[in-house]
Design a protein around this ligand. Sequence first.
Ligand code: HEC
Length: 124
Amino acid sequence: MSHPHRPAAVMFAVVALFLVTETTAADVPNFSTDIAPMLATKCSKCHGATRQKNDLRLDSAEAVQKGGKNGPIFVAGKPDQSPMWVRATKPPGDADRMPAEGQMLTKKQTDLLKAWIAAGAKFD
Ligand code: HEC
């Protein structure tokens, strides 16, 4: 009687927590099904079996983890410190922009890459 609003508040909190958990789990991109295919289409021409610009290959989980001539290409949990995402989101005409030539990643693809790195860059 002294706390007439509490049951509703608890219910709200439970529902909100459930929604947050569900959304996070469903939104974390998967390396093999979401990330690897986009790297294969848009990056492996220059960072794959035939060419390895700056000693970087992007055609396997091991290679992505290894990085290039200048070291790691991502920092787990920190997209804005991850060259692979930072360079893929540079504006047109920027010398650092990746891919250096050819079709850029779409906004949807750079968002996937960002979400994957933000979630810890797991190779699943
Ligand atoms: C048309 C060729 C080409 C494509 C396609 C390409 N790159 Fe590159 N990439 C280069 C060249 C050339 C360099 C070296 C010069 C430089 O650092 O700008 C490089 C360097 C890099 C580096 C720095 C590696 C290091 O250690 O110095 C990263 C990170 C990178 N590329 C990411 C990507 C990603 C991610 C994609 C796909 C979205 C991609 N590249 C597609 C040509 C390409």
